[in-house]
Write a protein that binds this ligand. Structure first.
Ligand SMILES: C[S@@+](CC[C@H](N)C(=O)[O-])C[C@H]1O[C@@H](n2cnc3c(N)ncnc32)[C@H](O)[C@@H]1O
Length: 211
């Protein structure tokens, strides 16, 4: 899961995680969120960015792959301006800004105040050690920039019994607690079975994290 892995996936068009529709859980749980600034780590070229912007939010995506970022703007016919900010290329169009670079290089000085974080297929894209690093880094940014009403919508996949396969990796409720409970309150919003066979069950679990 080093940068070369993801850049190769984008170059070869192996982007099975990309959805051609807006994520239903995002619509379900963020439709009532008042316009704010939303950080979307590891955003890919997700259409969720467009949906958030259409709801009046200022969207801050972070994505490693330049190809993904350019595809996002060109496939959605958005005119984009480009600048450089530290280790990042900053692409901006209307309410959407994507910082193209390594999420782990992102500093709080590069971000506005944040009302929300939206994580779909970011945490679960990473193996266990990197998940810890990812959550710690995200919490550092949140602690520096979060507004009092801050909320994080966290989608994960969970396989029962668990395995080490991935990406996407399985993330359990107890791991969510280990990663975030010290700094954020965690509410389980729901879980939906996506697949079930005699050997294993795959569920999508949705969490709300708040200060
Ligand atoms: C599984 S995809 C999910 C993309 C998006 N969240 C979605 O729902 O379509 C994970 C994305 O994270 C990006 N990525 C992986 N490691 C990264 C890092 N360290 N910094 C920024 N982006 C990263 C990959 O290039 C890839 O686009």
């Amino acid at each position: 899961m080093q940068p070369g892995f993801w850049l190769g996936r984008w170059e070869r068009g192996e982007t099975g995680w990309h959805q051609s529709e807006v994520e239903p859980a995002l619509v379900e749980y963020f439709s009532t969120l008042s316009p704010t600034r939303v950080l979307v780590p590891l955003c890919g070229k997700s259409l969720d960015l467009l949906w958030l912007a259409s709801r009046g939010h200022e969207v801050w995506g972070v994505e490693l792959s330049e190809l993904a970022v350019r595809s996002f703007f060109s496939e959605n016919s958005l005119e984009v301006s480009e600048t450089t900010r530290g280790k990042f290329n900053r692409f901006q169009s209307g309410r959407i800004t994507i910082l193209q670079g390594d999420f782990f290089d992102l500093t709080s000085e590069m971000l506005p105040s944040l009302g929300a974080v939206y994580d779909r297929a970011a945490l679960i894209a990473l193996p266990p050690m990197m998940r810890r690093r990812y959550a710690e880094h995200l919490l550092t940014l949140v602690q520096a920039r979060a507004e009092p009403s801050f909320v994080q919508l966290q989608l994960v996949l969970e396989r029962t019994p668990p395995d080490e396969k991935g990406p996407p990796f399985s993330v359990s409720a107890s791991e969510m607690a280990t990663l975030y409970r010290q700094k954020l309150n965690i509410t389980n919003l729901g879980r939906e079975t996506l697949e079930e066979n005699p050997d294993q069950k795959l569920e999508e679990c949705v969490y709300r994290l708040s200060l």
